[in-house]
Design a protein around this ligand. Structure first.
Ligand code: PLP
Length: 377
């Protein structure tokens, strides 16, 4: 199978598997236990936290390990809600209509609990205007949530500009970013970015599934929505997923070591993919030219996404129609709708996503298949 669905999840790096296997053999204790076996696990937990913080340019105390990107987004937004409710009866949240469901559905729940939510539409290519964001801010706005990289189009959202402009007029607003798809693509410095919180996930960088992290800026009030223990400085109760955390840290180590090689390769493969799609007359590339290199969305006129994905699957290619989290059933993309793409495009969209483990010869095979397929169909 040729795997072109890396935005959904990436295969684990061999070093990650080895690090987790060795931890499985040797780490029996609970990091909260005071005996040697507990302390040994605690030390590994501390090392992992420091490694992630170092890569993200933040302090290790600002990192809270979570079960993944979904939970990290949820915790950040709930914290902003609980903090906001102390200031106003009806806190207002501002976000974009192209966020991941992890953000949109957390906000739906927050709305049910008494908040107002504004979803800003995007334009073609997944662009968001900071002017429009500023215009939508109200006196009751307590939180703005803006993803860094859109998971369907690969578009980069103007988080840095938004933080600067919003903080200059309303420093009290909590600025959250879903940085799950930024981690494999952008070299981040959280201390200079100035966001109050950010969500990350290990399985997009060849780490294990079911582990992620929430960055919470030092000094930012945090109200945990998962209580019942002192772990993670009381910000996320429950015995830590030490195997996942060790795997995440090893994935970050490999990301750091291979950063230049990976970036160079992703851009090379992305250019090759784009040139392949240019040669297929029925194909339109939806991702903007400056999208991150790992994500490329297309539409093939006249072929529905589900038919195309089935044909690709039979031919040995794994891709997706939108974000994997909704792809169990192929629903039309809320991202493409929010950007204003017409129905024929939304119905025929395919998202291709790359990782460093892909090769040029795989893309050549895709090219041969697409050329044969569109000639004969
Ligand atoms: C942008 C974005 N946010 C959040 C998530 C959810 O992350 P996780 O699968 O770790 O819960 C994903 C996963 O696809 C994503 O792409």
């Amino acid at each position: 199978m040729i795997y072109l669905d890396n935005a959904a999840s990436t295969p684990m790096h061999p070093h990650v598997i080895a690090a987790m296997q060795s931890a499985m053999d040797s780490l029996a204790g609970n990091p909260s236990s005071v005996h040697q076996m507990g302390r040994q696990v605690k030390m590994r937990l501390t090392e992992a936290r420091e490694r992630l913080a170092d890569w993200l340019h933040c302090q290790s105390t600002e990192i809270v390990f979570t079960s993944g990107g979904t939970e990290a987004n949820h915790m950040a937004l709930f914290s902003a809600f609980l903090a906001g409710r102390k200031r106003t009866d009806r806190p207002h949240f501002l976000t974009t209509a192209i966020e991941h469901h992890a953000v949109l559905e957390s906000l739906e729940l927050i709305q049910e609990l008494g908040a107002d939510i504004t979803l800003l539409p995007a334009s073609l290519g997944g662009r968001i205007s900071v002017d429009a964001l500023l215009d939508a801010i109200r006196p009751q706005t307590v939180c703005v949530s803006l993803m860094m990289v859109n998971n369907e189009l690969g578009s980069r959202l103007p988080v840095e500009e938004a933080v600067q402009r919003i903080k200059s007029i309303r420093p009290d607003i909590h600025l959250h970013t879903d940085a799950v798809q930024a981690l494999p693509n952008l070299r981040l410095s959280l201390s200079s970015l100035g966001v109050d919180s950010a969500a990350f996930s290990a399985h997009k960088i060849h780490g294990p599934k079911g582990i992620g992290a929430l960055y919470i800026r030092k000094g930012q009030p945090f109200f945990s929505s998962l209580r019942g223990g002192q772990q993670e400085r009381k910000r996320r109760a429950g015995t830590e997923n030490i195997l996942g955390i060790i795997g995440f840290a090893e994935a970050v180590k490999m990301l750091r070591e291979e950063w230049e090689i990976r970036q160079e390769k992703l851009y090379r493969l992305n250019r090759l993919m784009r040139s392949v799609f240019q040669q297929i007359p029925d194909c339109e590339v939806l991702s903007p030219d400056d999208a991150v290199p790992s994500i490329l969305s297309t539409a093939f006129s006249g072929t529905s996404s589900s038919t195309m994905l089935m044909q690709l699957d039979l031919a040995g290619f794994a891709a997706s129609a939108g974000s994997a989290c909704t792809a169990g059933v192929i629903a039309q993309s809320h991202v493409l709708s929010a950007c204003g793409y017409p129905e024929n495009i939304r119905k025929s969209a395919i998202r291709w996503s790359l990782s460093v483990m892909n090769t040029e010869s795989e893309i050549e095979k895709l090219k041969d298949w697409l050329q044969g397929h569109f000639k004969s169909s």
